[in-house]
Design a binder for this molecule. Sequence first.
Ligand code: ADP
Ligand code: MG
Length: 248
Amino acid sequence: MTDAPVGPAIQLTGVTKSFGDNEVLRGISLAVNPGDVVCLIGPSGSGKSTLLRCVNLLETPNSGEIVVNGTVVTDPEVDIDGFRRRVGLVFQHFNLFPHLTVLENCVVSQVKVLKRSRAEAVEVAERNLARVGLSDKAAARPAALSGGQQQRVAIARALSMDPELMLFDEPTSALDPETVGDVLAVMRELADAGMTMLVVTHEMGFAREVADRVVFMDGGVVVEEGPAAQVITAPQNPRTQEFLSRVL
Ligand code: ADP
Ligand code: MG
């Protein structure tokens, strides 16, 4: 018996999404291989967040297919809640529970959703807080932390659910510049540890150094994609060149 072939962790084929008559995604096809980091770049309004939200079924595509680790998530029969549990999501705004400690923020969903015992959930949370360098903040409330620290808690919280892959939507865009580096360092370690990641970001240094592939989107289509060194350092398409000349 041979092993089943390992397909992409995330595969989009011809995905379209409209809001009214605003066609935001116009036939997106892309793949993220297991363990790879793909950075999605492009101007504001190009559909990056919508694409990410479609992967997590926070939006339903109008047409096309999305497959995540073998599950056809665009199948109307899919168990949406069960599927979402398998995907970690980190937004620009971290939305920690303000009334809970950092540790509890990482514990509650494990107990409620995964039905873990409290003792196990605490152990997992402590392990992930250590991973993001915040063991010493476990008893603090989110408001006592910097934005970058709060975002690292949000990452620890997502990791505590043992996700198969992580989606990041501009995780450092709302942060004070001096706290951005710590968050990117945590993401880099995750990447080094083999996590599959799809990352919307304007951090071109991160994309160049960490991404296996970079996808440039504009106007709801993939304009150019390839290895980071190629797309960022030697873009071929004039639209990519123009975008990069503004952000680099
Ligand atoms: P990006 O993340 O690249 O800035 P978005 O995916 O957020 O782009 O938005 C792309 C377009 O989709 C924008 O024109 C935006 O106004 C529109 N859009 C996004 N979400 C919604 C929504 N829930 N309802 C209506 N229009 C939306
Ligand atoms: Mg966005």
